[in-house]
Design a protein around this ligand. Structure first.
Ligand SMILES: Nc1ncnc2c1ncn2[C@@H]1O[C@H](COP(=O)(O)OP(=O)(O)OP(=O)(O)O)[C@@H](O)[C@H]1O
Ligand SMILES: [Mg+2]
Length: 260
């Protein structure tokens, strides 16, 4: 199962949410940093020994293996980080993504290993993005948005451009859900955003709220004791069943109606 986390514009917290979901994931999982603008995971995390992560083992080495026509196994390109997560380190500069151009389809295929699920941080998705095969091949796409009018306008516009490549709302299309970054004590945020999107003709489900909690984000990044008790992590735990259910829609075949 592949879950792609992305944003429409700005930095609403796609990386933070991808890391959180992967940390809470109930099964074997890897976090893949495929943000074409340059990955953040390698900058924010360290190895279990406290050393920097290797830049040359990750998306670039996977892309090179794919280009050589080698096996597209994901495992050799993963690195463990402090806290226990296995990650596919991203590119350090956007220029490096250009070389990946023709192989994104095979990279997307490698993000569906048989032995684990993958949560992919896809960064900001722009129309015609080269990584579209990752989104189109995902079992679910989760878009993060901040609860303000301009961010929602950009989200609406991006949903319109994603409708065709992801076949949104069509049978067999990619299930897509929205997560709203808002205050934990703002119970109406999710419903308000859902209503606003529906009124603009973009009827997509809002999965819930990721709590506005900078200290919680930081605590998780630094694997600080007690990180599991922050409102950030609490809100992630509440979101998780909805994310899993969204992704299972695509992997579970529709029930065959009994013949009469
Ligand atoms: N839920 C949150 N509450 C408070 N701060 C947050 C939250 N999520 C992210 N942040 C902070 O906002 C900033 C951007 O977060 P993050 O890097 O996850 O966003 P992004 O959408 O991945 O951005 P980019 O597209 O630039 O990679 C960071 O400083 C991060 O610590
Ligand atoms: Mg990011």
């Amino acid at each position: 199962m592949l879950v792609a986390v992305a944003s429409a514009k700005g930095s609403p917290g796609a990386t933070a949410l991808a890391v959180l979901l992967a940390s809470l994931w109930p099964r074997e999982v890897a976090l893949a940093d495929v943000d074409p603008a340059g990955g953040d995971v390698a900058l924010r995390y360290r190895s279990p020994e406290g050393t920097p992560l290797l830049e040359d083992r990750g998306l670039l080495s996977l892309g090179a293996a794919v280009r050589r026509g080698a096996d597209v196994a994901l495992a050799p390109h993963l690195q463990p980080v402090a806290g226990g997560l296995d990650v596919l380190v991203g590119v350090s500069a956007p220029e490096q993504v250009a070389g990946l151009g023709p192989v994104w389809g095979s990279v997307a295929a490698a993000l569906h290993p048989a032995d684990r699920d993958v949560v992919a941080d896809c960064g900001r998705v722009l129309p015609g993005a080269a990584l579209m095969p990752v989104l189109a091949g995902a079992d679910a796409v989760v878009l993060v948005v901040q609860a303000d009018v301009t961010a929602l306008a950009h989200l609406r516009e991006r949903l319109a451009t994603l409708a065709e490549p992801l076949r949104l709302g069509e049978p067999g299309g990619v299930p897509l859900g929205v997560v709203v970054r808002a205050g934990e004590r703002d119970p109406r945020a999710a419903a308000d955003v859902e209503a606003l999107l529906a009124s603009g003709g973009a009827g997509v489900p809002v999965l819930g709220v990721i709590a506005e909690d900078a200290r919680g984000v930081r605590a998780l990044e630094t694997a600080r004791p007690g990180a599991g008790r922050t409102s950030f992590v609490r809100s992630g735990r509440s979101l998780l069943p909805g994310v899993l259910a969204l992704a299972e829609r695509r992997t579970t075949p529709a029930p065959v109606l009994a013949r009469r």
